[in-house]
Write a protein that binds this ligand. Structure first.
Ligand SMILES: NC(=O)c1ccc[n+]([C@@H]2O[C@H](COP(=O)([O-])OP(=O)(O)OC[C@H]3O[C@@H](n4cnc5c(N)ncnc54)[C@H](O)[C@@H]3O)[C@@H](O)[C@H]2O)c1
Length: 334
């Protein structure tokens, strides 16, 4: 099982999220806000360089500070960690990549030969570091909130600096919020919009000139099955995810002539930092969602990563404007 705290396999991790409570719905289950969102967001960048770079020699670098290196038994260089070539040489930005779906995508894309810039909050990377494995080597880390006003500029500049360009933009960072519409504050509504959809739009806009220079530009935005469904308390979340769908379809229309595809993924109930705390505390709730799927299980981050890999690779080259449900059939029944 992929850990929401780390870069790879770390069974037995216990999530530190303290604010669990009983929730009624998939969204309630899936979309609890991680503690990172309310933690102090500190700008900085760090990169875990491989031996060949001569820069880091096994140290995580965070703007001049040396951090403990990732524990790993695997001392091979990034090149030998590759298990495939479906993204060989592609330069990818993945946001929300310290945890869950984003971390799985960063791992898989790197294993398939991509040069990855993983963006997340510094607090999220700090939680992930203790568990990061060798797959993270060669994945560059940028600690940055996607909601910062200067985020697009900083993220693109870092991608150009460490990756040399942008071929793939995966907007994955997101938060869950839950409040009945009648009681929802402007702040909760706005924060949900800022992180879940406005940040995606702003980063797409900044990346477009660089994607135009790519031979196979790709935009992959992470929405949710709640772009199409809903439940109590999800006015802001559903609106933000429906916004992701509309944004992405329009980007597909506008950017097709430049050879850029734009697609969005609709994950179902996936075991990640958003869901695992509750599911660990109340396994019966996880079981409810597993039974809703014809496949009789909840999803793992790697399930979404494989869908993202399809869209990012040449395999998905003629797919654009598409919403890819990766939900184990969760939404089949009405
Ligand atoms: N887990 C599910 O069941 C599920 C279902 C549908 C959609 N999704 C979507 O999948 C995406 C990934 O979530 P996940 O399930 O992997 O959860 P997760 O909590 O494991 O990962 C989300 C990551 O986003 C990061 N993040 C949050 N705010 C950020 C910000 N301002 N700047 C940068 N990074 C930020 C978090 O630190 C975290 O690392 C989200 O967009 C979520 O809405 C998840």
């Amino acid at each position: 099982m992929l850990s929401h705290r780390g870069w790879g396999k770390s069974p037995g991790n216990k999530c530190p999220h303290p604010e669990l409570r009983s929730l009624r719905s998939l969204n309630s289950l899936a979309l609890r806000s991680p503690p990172q969102q309310v933690a102090e967001e500190v700008e900085g960048s760090c990169a875990y360089d491989d031996e060949s770079s001569g820069r880091a020699k096994g140290k995580l670098l965070l703007r001049g500070r040396n951090l403990p290196s990732c524990k790993s038994n695997n001392t091979r260089s990034r090149g030998t960690l590759m298990t495939g070539t479906r993204l060989a040489g592609r330069r990818a930005i993945i946001t929300g990549a310290a945890s869950g779906i984003g971390a799985a995508c960063a791992d898989l894309f790197a294993q398939e030969g991509a040069i990855v810039l993983a963006v997340d909050l510094e607090t999220a990377f700090a939680q992930a570091r203790a568990n990061c494995n060798a797959a993270a080597r060669g994945v560059h880390l940028l600690a940055k909130s996607v909601a910062d006003s200067d985020a697009p500029e900083k993220i693109i500049a870092e991608a150009l600096s460490v990756c040399g360009g942008v071929d793939i933009l995966m907007n994955n960072a997101g938060i869950g919020t839950n409040a009945l519409a009648e009681q929802m504050s402007d702040d909760v509504w706005q924060r949900t919009m800022d992180i879940n959809v406005t940040a995606q739009f702003r980063l797409c806009r900044a990346a477009i000139p660089h994607l135009k220079e790519s031979k196979a530009g790709r935009i992959i935005n992470v929405a949710s099955v709640m772009a199409e469904g809903t439940d109590y308390g999800l006015a802001a979340y559903c609106a933000s995810k429906a916004g992701v769908a509309g944004l992405t379809r329009t980007l597909a229309l506008e950017l097709g002539k430049f050879g850029i595809t734009a697609n969005y993924i609709l994950p179902g109930a996936i075991s990640t930092g958003m869901t695992r705390p509750l599911w660990d505390a109340r396994p019966e709730i996880r079981d409810v969602w597993a039974k809703k799927s014809p496949l009789r299980r909840v999803g793992e981050p790697i399930d979404i990563a494989r869908g993202a890999l399809f869209l990012a690779s040449d395999d998905g080259g003629f797919v654009t404007g598409h919403g890819l449900n990766v939900d184990g059939g969760l939404m089949l029944r009405v």
